[in-house]
Design a protein around this ligand. Structure first.
Ligand SMILES: Cc1ncc(COP(=O)(O)O)c(C=O)c1O
Length: 387
């Protein structure tokens, strides 16, 4: 089976983990600092200017990173406040808003990039809006500068969970907003198993975040408020530093594989904004609604059948993303029931994720192309029988 995703590890990581265990130092040591420095150096290497200083703070997951960002939004986010979130995404950004007892106001995404549409966001702004969470969907940069132009006083949180290594017009993802977050979940370009990072140039906010991730403790025994244990362990950080050393290699392999597969199949791929570079975190396309054949008029059934057929053929395809307005916690908010989300619906119902990871061979890419060609025509009703 050609796996949908696969971490790019070798014996080097196993050796590093053994060394951490032997050191007896499992938290808050040199490896966390080294991982944070590696991410900071990488962001500078991609064009992030040296000043004001970039603070990179390792935390336990990308979800925790988002929760800490909202906990440090200037002026606070609380009951009665609204935060704008794309309707199409993993639930974490929306859940983080609900966990602060605020309203997650869902907004439909752009049909080409599948990212927040500034025009839709403009329509959703109210005097209660406190922040915007802009997700770099599947590693494609969101138009954060256009969102900033809409409202200079809102906290712009860039959820770059999927976007390490991507850039928008010379600026690295993760640094486009007031604060940015990364995830190091196993499906991400850089993985530590579980892990995340918060990035900001705001020194005072970085200081609050540093205390907050560690029970609200500013220095040993000095507590500035209540905080979770959101620390990343030395074991995870050791993996992270080694992954960062391989990042350029992993990115170029992903880009080459994605180019081969995309150029061989004419499908409705996710597109990226002018002047952006993409890490190819996910290789996804949207199946159109079939007009004939066994699934005529039922895009979701056609997609599910295609995914099943690809898996039978040895290609571990998957669904692409989630429609937050269909999840009970967001549907319960009246503001989300009066809106429509046609683009998010189409991407969720027709979206197919194809395998893409650095250890895939050129032959694997050929099998993916051949299997998609073979089964998509049948799922779309262009051919009566499955070959
Ligand atoms: C856009 C987005 N935000 C947040 C997260 C949460 O990251 P984590 O799994 O590290 O908590 C993910 C992925 O899992 C994601 O895709």
């Amino acid at each position: 089976m050609i796996r949908l995703s696969r971490p790019y590890f070798s014996d080097v990581e196993a050796q590093a983990l053994t060394e951490v265990l032997a050191s007896g130092m499992l938290i808050q040591g040199a490896r966390v600092a080294a991982f944070e420095a590696a991410v900071r150096d990488h962001l500078h290497g991609l064009g992030a200017p040296p000043a004001p200083a970039l603070h990179c703070l390792a935390v336990s997951s990308g979800t925790t990173a988002l929760e800490l960002c909202l906990a440090t939004t200037p002026g606070g986010v609380a009951a009665g406040d609204e935060v704008i979130v794309p309707a199409l995404t993993w639930p974490s950004p929306g859940n983080a808003v609900l966990l602060r007892h605020a309203d997650a106001v869902l907004v439909d995404v752009d049909p080409a990039t599948w990212n927040l549409s500034p025009a839709e966001v403009a329509r959703a702004l109210t005097p209660r809006t406190r922040a915007i969470i802009a997700v770099d969907q599947f590693g494609v940069p969101a138009e954060v500068p256009a969102l900033r132009a809409l409202a200079s006083d809102l906290d712009l949180i860039e959820d770059a969970a999927c976007a390490i290594g991507s850039t928008l017009r010379g600026h690295p993802c993760g640094t486009l907003g007031d604060v940015g977050t990364f995830s190091f979940h196993p499906r991400k370009v850089v993985t530590t198993g579980e892990g995340g990072m918060v990035v900001t140039r705001d020194a005072a906010r970085a200081e609050r975040l540093t205390a907050l991730r560690n029970h609200g403790q500013r220095s040993v025994g000095v507590f500035v408020g209540a905080g979770p244990n959101a620390r990343l362990s030395e074991l995870h950080a050791a993996l992270g530093a080694l992954q960062m050393a391989k990042l350029d290699e992993m990115l170029s392999r992903r880009r080459a594989l994605a180019a081969t597969i995309r150029e061989s199949l004419s499908l409705a791929w996710q597109s990226s904004p002018e002047g952006s570079t993409i890490n190819h975190q996910t290789l996804g396309f949207v199946l159109p609604a079939p007009t004939s054949g066994p699934f005529a008029g039922d895009r979701r059934a056609a997609r599910d059948a295609l995914v099943a057929a690809l898996r039978e053929g040895g290609v571990e395809a998957g669904i692409l993303s989630y429609a937050l307005h269909r999840l009970p916690q967001f549907a319960a908010l009246g503001v989300n029931n009066v809106r429509r989300f046609p683009v998010a619906d189409a991407v969720v119902d027709g979206g197919v994720a194809l395998p893409l990871h650095p250890s895939m061979s050129d032959d694997d890419a050929g099998v993916v192309v051949e299997q998609v060609r073979r089964h998509a025509a049948w799922a779309l009703g262009e051919r009566a029988v499955r070959l």
